[in-house]
Design a binder for this molecule. Structure first.
Ligand SMILES: Cc1cc2nc3c(=O)[nH]c(=O)nc-3n(C[C@H](O)[C@H](O)[C@H](O)COP(=O)(O)OP(=O)(O)OC[C@H]3O[C@@H](n4cnc5c(N)ncnc54)[C@H](O)[C@@H]3O)c2cc1C
Length: 470
């Protein structure tokens, strides 16, 4: 820490990957950090368990690394040797259309020759660079409207729509392009076209004038023992006793003169604690904010933030003997086209992507159900869910008999939907942070839902606090 930088006292609520990354980078910058978590573990949505030789990812199955700083962090916390790269076969993705699997294009150029799209759709794709830049609704255009306008309705139905299910379990008619897909939105704003923008960015990157942290090729990976290794390694890299588990909080308040934050807590082990802090970072999911004892005024100030919708998702892992399945499972997985009537959102061919995810003579398939468009599918009983999904899997993959293993993980509130209207919510967050100095609201509902984005956002927040003038 340089002489001009001051060591600050910081409390962070929530030890998911956002809170852990923020805590790690703040400690590295020399600050005093306390990380307070309501549950008995760290990692939040990232959780791995094993059963009968199967590796079960409760939340994220993989990590996409496209930024050098993520690789550096993984090395710093000592788990670079545990990285497992995705099988190159995972580049292939299937979509379900008319009850059949069809391979998705692997690149914009491949979309032109891929039989998935009609000639009309291909001609429409070729027109993209000549489609004029327009955001008819002033930055509040839905993703479905954006894709229809730039790439045509068929591309929405067969590629972009399924992609939205895979990332957000979301509804493309409700997600706001500007906030849910900021990089795509920026391509149009800055270059007038997605294709032109991508080509320009590639060229700049080649000339060494692009983002210095961007890797030449993104790396899709996990860790030998699953994704939980990442939060575990961050936890180990923190100073001893940084994290307190099983916390319940009393009232949280800010001293109007000193602007310092006071909070007190009791852990499930019966220990009590209290402290005052220069900064209070809340990295709990936004729907948990109204459970905190904040002043009425502060609770009002963030009232819209607590209303961000998180639809339910159930993640069902099914195991089969290899000889039960005709399909080679030679891809990342399969997603439904928008108009497909299916109980599933899609499925990941887990044991194809990473080794040692199933016993030697078996394979595992991770089926996702629910999401913003079909939340009711996440709430079926285990037996009804398995039976209806098996009907579909038998037809799609040529499966004989029943699974030899099944496991169900239910997320009542899975993934925040950055829907139309999110711009107003973001303004409320920014205004609240101005009105309450030292308060920071962070987490996957702000700045990207991927694990990589959450880590990078933690890094950025740490820099902001470190270099902020008092
Ligand atoms: C089913 C599923 C699949 C996913 N798949 C992928 C994927 O393949 N790739 C990818 O990159 N991303 C994926 N994601 C998204 C990614 O995992 C999450 O966006 C990310 O892990 C969220 O991290 P977070 O720290 O912001 O929030 P969380 O993980 O939700 O952590 C928040 C933490 O805050 C704690 N908490 C709650 N209330 C309080 C409170 N009042 N005080 C203190 N602590 C509190 C919680 O217990 C939790 O530990 C997936 C998510 C889900 C649910």
């Amino acid at each position: 820490m340089s002489q001009t930088q001051e060591r600050k006292q910081i409390a962070i609520l929530g030890a998911g990957i956002s809170g852990l990354s923020t805590a790690y980078h703040l400690q590295k910058a020399g600050h005093s950090v306390l990380l307070l978590e309501t549950s008995q573990r760290c990692g939040g949505a990232i959780q791995t368990s094993t059963s009968e030789g199967y590796l079960i990812e409760h939340g994220p199955n993989s990590l996409m690394i496209s930024d050098q700083r993520l690789l550096d962090l993984i090395q710093e916390v000592g788990i670079d040797s545990e990285i497992v790269h995705a099988n190159p076969a995972a580049n292939k993705r299937f979509i379900i259309k008319g009850g059949k699997l069809q391979a998705l294009p692997t690149s914009p150029l491949n979309a032109i020759v891929n039989p998935l799209f009609s000639l009309k759709a291909k001609l429409r794709l070729l027109r993209e660079p000549f489609t004029s830049k327009r955001d008819p609704k002033g930055g509040t255009e839905s993703f479905a409207d954006f894709v229809r306008r730039r790439l045509g309705p068929e591309f929405l139905e067969k590629a972009a729509g399924p992609f939205v299910s895979g990332i957000y379990a979301g509804d493309p008619n409700r997600l706001a392009t500007r906030y849910a897909f900021p990089r795509l939105w920026a391509l149009e704003q800055e270059h007038g076209s997605l294709v032109k923008g991508m080509l320009k960015k590639k060229k700049l990157q080649k000339q060494g004038k692009g983002d210095p942290n961007k890797l030449p090729k993104p790396i899709l990976c996990s860790f030998r023992n699953g994704m939980q290794s990442l939060p575990d390694a961050l936890k180990e890299a923190l100073e001893e006793d940084t994290i307190k588990y099983g916390c319940e909080f009393g009232s949280i308040s800010q001293n109007p003169e000193t602007k310092r934050w006071s909070l007190n807590w009791r852990t499930s082990a019966g220990a009590t604690g209290m402290g005052t802090f220069d900064h209070l970072i809340i990295s709990a999911p936004s729907h948990k904010l109204d459970e905190l004892e904040l002043s009425d005024q502060l609770q009002d100030a963030i009232s819209k933030v607590t209303q961000i919708h998180y639809p339910p998702v159930t993640s069902m892992l099914l195991g089969f003997k290899k000889d039960q399945i005709k399909h080679p499972l030679d891809g990342f997985g399969m997603l439904n086209s928008l108009s497909e009537k299916s109980k599933m959102l899609g499925a990941i061919f887990s044991s194809t992507i990473f080794p040692d995810r199933a016993p030697q003579d078996c394979v595992s398939i991770n089926v996702m159900l629910g999401g913003a468009r079909t939340p009711e599918h996440a709430n079926m009983s285990d037996s009804a869910m398995q039976a209806s999904v098996m009907d579909e899997l038998r037809r799609l993959l040529g499966i004989e008999g029943n699974p030899v293993f099944s496991n169900f993980i239910r997320w009542e509130k899975a993934i925040p939907q950055l829907n139309l209207g999110y711009g107003t919510i973001l303004k409320q967050i920014e205004q609240t942070e101005r009105d309450y100095p030292g308060l920071h609201l962070t987490g996957n509902y702000r700045g990207g839902i991927s694990v990589g984005d959450c880590i990078l956002n933690g890094m950025t927040l740490s820099e902001k606090i470190t270099f902020q003038t008092p």
